[in-house]
Ligand binder design. Sequence first.
Ligand SMILES: [Zn+2]
Length: 573
Amino acid sequence: MNRMTHYHISIAHPHQQFIKFRVLFSGLPENALIHLPVWRPGRYELGNFAKNVRNFSVNYSDGAAIPFEKTALSTWSLKNKEHQVVEVSYEYFAAELNAGSSYLNAEQLYVNPVNCFVYCDQNSDREHLISLEIPEDWIIASSLKQESRVLKAADFHELADSPFICAKHLVHGEYTVQNTRFHLWFNGYQHVPWDKLIKDFRAFTNSQIEKFGSFPVDEYHFLFQFLPYKAYHGVEHLKSTVIALGPTFDVFESLYTELLGVSSHELYHTWNVKTIRPIEMFPYNYQKENLSRLGYLCEGVTTYMGDLFLLKSGVFSLEQYLKELSVQFQKHLDNPGRMNYSVANSSFDTWLDGYVPGIPGRKVSIYTEGCLLALATDILLLKNSLGKTGLDTVMRKLYEDVAQRGKGVDENTYWNYLQTFGGDEVKQLKELYFYGTNDYTSLLQGVLDLVGLKLEVVPSARISASLIGIKYIPNGANAIVKNIFPQSPADLSGLMLEDEIIAINSLLLGGELDKWITYFKEDKIVLTVQRSGRLVQVDLNIGASPLGYKDYRVKKLEQLNEKQKLLFDQWIQ
Ligand SMILES: [Zn+2]
């Protein structure tokens, strides 16, 4: 019997948000194991999607039931015979709408298959078909091959990596760069400024392809989900990306730089992580954590390059680019975790707490610290090769010499290339900064200076942050303390996280903490806070410490010498 898997999907009552699956497995071994992925590539933590499954059942095509039991949280062990078609049925609750999830309502069926498609290892290298029972006037946006209402994937990896949106109002446009077609899909959005959009997308797409020499796949789809509320999220796939952005009215206004930034980032992932892949995830194992210390390569280099390509291609002005870069400096220097945990170890630990703030000062971010260290790596590579080879060259080497030869990348391979092109000065970054917790402010200031940039540091514009050392969120008229700068007046005075500041010198805050601090800054300050159900007085000694939050901005030097001018030009080439 030919081994294959055929999914039948129906959405009879979309307002209830359950996608109904009937999956026909042919050629299963006796007593097969059926799995649902426990995580999704792009988010390196457990997702445990099986919690969204109900009414799981298994039978033969004549309707006779097949006994089964769960032997792991996302694994069903069947008591089936060989050489019989096995039918697995279940319902999946699709009620989360972000760039990596699945969502169903009366307007759309949006599916990230890695969330909700069960699979069997023995069949996973064979063809997978999806038959969709959806309204006749709905359009399907997907990188999968389509024949009427049937989608085809060559194997389970392709299926798991190919999200699709089915909806009535899908707006489509496209452009071609170097013989590759790029599709742009907008779900329910009518006001696309096509000329501007395609000009910008073509520019950064072209720049990226030129630096890598070729595009890894034959076509590509940008799937946009614009949301009516604040949203910023993109997820990479080999032949597509899903980008969730909002609020809708701002996506081509104040959020347009974000739209460009996330789109360029996700496109860069087509090479970096979808093709150039850490060996620990090569291939992806959907049944357990895929622990890797190379997050600084996958996400750090991609974060750095995503924005840099917008500058290189002329889509961003230098001012726009430096604004985005300054955000990374701000996040890095605000986070005391940089003194406690390396970016390599933080990469390993994304599976633990990589997508939440986590406990104070524990860790850093593969995006932020990875980006800043990629900047340092790139500029030092350029300096040491007299502008000939930067990080672009190393990435192209990984693409051509490793990825295109069907291999995963390990840490040594990456560092050997960096050493080959950048010498010992680049090699020593590894132990000091990537795997160590040494302060790299002066390293960053040094590389900025090489290309005629500088880091400007001023006290934080918010007086509560600069003078007292706290960040807070408003709660009605009060203020809840969310961050405390180590050794700042707030820290030394015993203020605690989650303290809700109600009054200052017995005067109610009225939503104006910063104005009251300015008013009382020369005086003694006593805060009244609510702490775990009690009222507590905190004496705030402002003079006790000069430490507090600062604002960081990367700027161009007024005067550049010849060397700086030359390296700057080579950097943004
Ligand atoms: Zn990314």
